[in-house]
Design a protein around this ligand. Sequence first.
Ligand SMILES: Nc1ncnc2c1ncn2[C@@H]1O[C@H](COP(=O)(O)OP(=O)(O)OP(=O)(O)O)[C@@H](O)[C@H]1O
Length: 305
Amino acid sequence: MILTLEGVSKHFGAFKAVKDLSFSVTEGEIVGFLGQNGAGKTTTLRMVMDILPPTKGRIELFGSKNLRDGRLKVGFLPEERGLYRKMKAVDTIAYFGRLKGVPGKTAKKRANELLERFGMTQYAQNKIETLSKGNAQKIQLLSVLTHAPKFLILDEPFSGLDPVNQKLLEDLISDLRKEGATVLFSTHTMEHAERLCDRFVMIKAGEKVFEGTIEEARDAYERRLILATPDDPQRLVGHAGITAVTPLGRDRYALSVQEGTDSQSVLAAILAAGIHVISFGREEARLHDIFFRLAGADQTQEQAA
Ligand SMILES: Nc1ncnc2c1ncn2[C@@H]1O[C@H](COP(=O)(O)OP(=O)(O)OP(=O)(O)O)[C@@H](O)[C@H]1O
């Protein structure tokens, strides 16, 4: 196990920012750490990186409670972005590598390789203060990679990047995984998590509300079946576990079913009722929709975030 949290809590005075949180990250996976603004993501990641002590609970990095040693092997992108404004881009990346024990020459070589890979070579000699916000952020991200960490912890890595660079970052994270890295990243927007993650951990007001794969989330939280028919299927309510029929327009209906209902028996009941079936299948919820249900968030908050 790369990372394990067991019963971790963090209190700031009377305020409980993280409550009895347990989850784990296994080698080679990409895990999305999801939650709205203020849910407790940054606080949790800071505890993992030994920046904040937990009030309660156990954290293990690489199977050890010694976070001070473990964190040296982690590539950590903190939420607060900070670079030396007068330092050149290439030197910045090399500098962070040296802090993690990479010899000077290797660090410089690696910095140049990273700049090339991320299409940033033309900025190598630019001082940080002359870069755009997004480009400075990319330099900070590359600085996290200088020591070729096996485990990356990225706090909101997509925020502040334009769509083109967000896509580049997604590709970079996928590539790093192919090269054997493990990644845990936090986000309050679902689209990246949906495309990238093997699993996700979702927290709300400091408490875990879900841990699992997207499929597991769908199984647990999406129980509607979609039926297209020219007939009126209201008479199905009460049969084969169907609890409600909601018209969606254009001859489409959502059938809400009880937990554990088998879709085959629902289809059999539909046919037995003499209802003509144009199409039938499980509703494919987007992670975004599931997030809103789990987090109890409202759309306006998400859009404002
Ligand atoms: N040092 C602190 N003292 C008091 N409260 C704090 C402190 N650090 C964080 N908090 C509070 O803990 C809660 C969780 O904050 P945290 O930064 O972990 O959330 P987050 O999920 O990372 O949100 P965001 O996406 O906005 O960064 C917030 O209500 C925040 O105000």
